[in-house]
Ligand binder design. Structure first.
Ligand code: SAM
Length: 361
């Protein structure tokens, strides 16, 4: 029944480049385009309880789909070890994601282990919110700084259809409230905008979250993976999103928080807060991309749209030391030339790419 696995998981990792000593390289680690390794996203599970049509369509991720076997998944100890290695190479921010990270058993224990190992790292998590009400306090107590919650519509019928798990909006809103009460703020709310599906909800979303301190981020529908039936016609350009909001509420642009921030920020001129737009299709931000991704089974990807990764798990399980793994990651980063969104074409959009649930969204 392994009908889809081969298409969706990389067959084999890329060869690790010949050893390059981390020591002896002067200055901070940057790739040939001058981009540092500032952010690490870690997919802690490739499983999810939602079947969002644009991410894990039910026709593919069905009862016959083979998720990674337990033994292939990085252990908490291995994740912490990799986080330490990346911290040593300049990583300042770690995001736990998936799949749905709150489905990983004892996720709060992993958060606590990461916090203990890396007291000064910015530690965040992206979730669909379904288990957030139950977990928010424990996550905060374990040392999580903030959460991003995905919510594609406030209209219950639209949301249930998009998550394709019949999950109600009200429960996600309860999760957001619990996260706010626990102090996991500022909370970001991710909305993937798809023309003809939920674009009629853009202004309602802005209205609902204005004045709450939460920051809605409108994301252009991306051609990640190769199963979501992406079509350019379904992408709603961020400029259009901002225009519609400005018709209802006066807004003005804000400076980016830091140079590699993905969202372009806008503030409401009446002081009711801000929202962001993530224009990965219409306004590529490859030139400042400082993100690495560690898949559920420990492969390093240097681009969300990559086709193959580098097998760090084999290095760990094969007995390599931290210095050796750090040297390999540094060598990979120094050769990194990814700029997929700058060179996207109709052909690349339909090429075989790794699924987001596995690589980490
Ligand atoms: N399960 C968690 C969640 O729902 O937030 C974390 C994983 S999910 C893959 C991370 C983010 O990626 C979500 O905000 C989701 O909406 C976004 N995403 C997934 N597929 C996408 C696509 N094709 N285009 C744009 N964003 C996408």
């Amino acid at each position: 029944m392994a009908k889809t696995v081969i298409a969706l998981h990389p067959l084999r990792g890329l060869p690790i480049p010949p050893d390059a000593s981390v020591r002896g390289q002067a200055g901070p680690l940057v790739d040939p385009r001058g981009r540092g390794l500032r952010d690490l996203r870690i997919s802690v599970t490739d499983r999810c309880n939602f079947r969002c049509t644009y991410c894990m369509p039910r026709e593919v991720f069905d009862a016959g789909y083979e998720f990674l076997p337990h033994g292939e998944i990085l252990t908490f100890e291995e994740i912490v070890r990799m986080a330490r290695v990346f911290r040593g190479l300049g990583t300042e921010k770690i995001r736990l994601t998936g799949g749905e990270p709150l489905l990983r058993k004892d996720i709060e224990r992993l958060v606590a282990m990461l916090r203990e190992a890396l007291p000064d790292v910015d530690l965040t998590l992206t979730t669909n919110g379904s288990a957030l009400k139950a977990k928010a306090r424990a996550l905060k107590a374990s040392g999580l700084d903030r959460v991003t919650v995905s919510l594609d519509s406030l209209d219950d019928a639209t949301f249930r259809a998009m998550n394709d798990a019949d999950f109600p909006v009200a429960k996600v809103l309860e999760g957001i409230d619990a996260a706010a009460a626990a102090g996991l703020a500022p909370i970001k709310i991710n909305m993937v905008v798809r023309r003809g599906v939920n674009d009629h909800q853009v202004v309602d979303m802005a209205r609902h979250f204005r004045g709450t301190g939460h920051i809605v981020r409108y994301i252009e529908f991306m051609d990640v993976g190769s199963t979501n039936g992406w079509r350019m016609e379904e992408v709603v350009p961020s400029a259009e999103v901002a225009y519609h909001i400005s018709e209802r509420f006066p807004i003005e642009p804000l400076e980016r928080g830091y140079s590699s921030e993905v969202a372009e920020r806008w503030r409401y001129r009446d002081g009711a807060g801000e929202f962001g737009v993530i224009s990965s299709v219409t306004h590529a931000f490859c030139s400042t991309c400082s993100r690495a991704r560690l898949s559920t089974d420990g492969q390093l990807f240097t681009c969300l749209f990559a086709q193959r990764g580098y097998d760090l798990k084999s290095m760990m399980r094969g007995g390599k030391g931290d210095e050796e793994i750090a040297a390999a990651v540094a060598a990979i980063w120094r050769r990194r030339d990814d700029r997929y969104s700058e060179i996207r074409t109709a052909e690349t959009a339909h090429a075989r790419k790794i699924e987001m649930s596995y690589i980490g969204g």
